[in-house]
Design a protein around this ligand. Structure first.
Ligand SMILES: [Zn+2]
Length: 62
């Protein structure tokens, strides 16, 4: 894992990136509006339960 000292890299790595709760596949979502009615499905398992990767980031911070 990279150090968290580069906000630009952080944004690239974590912004609009979600993780499937079912199989932990990373899913990059180009348009966050798509999440409002959840239209995004995991490519690997087809699951719709996603979590933002941001939460992981916050845990690391604390
Ligand atoms: Zn999945």
């Amino acid at each position: 894992m990279a150090e968290r000292n580069n906000p630009v890299a952080d944004a690239r790595l974590f912004k609009n990136v979600y993780v499937c709760r079912n199989c932990n596949a990373k899913i990059r979502i180009s348009n966050p509006k798509l999440l409002r009615p959840i239209q995004v499905r995991c490519r690997r398992c087809g699951g719709q339960v996603l979590r933002p990767k941001h939460k992981e980031l916050r845990k690391l911070k604390v």
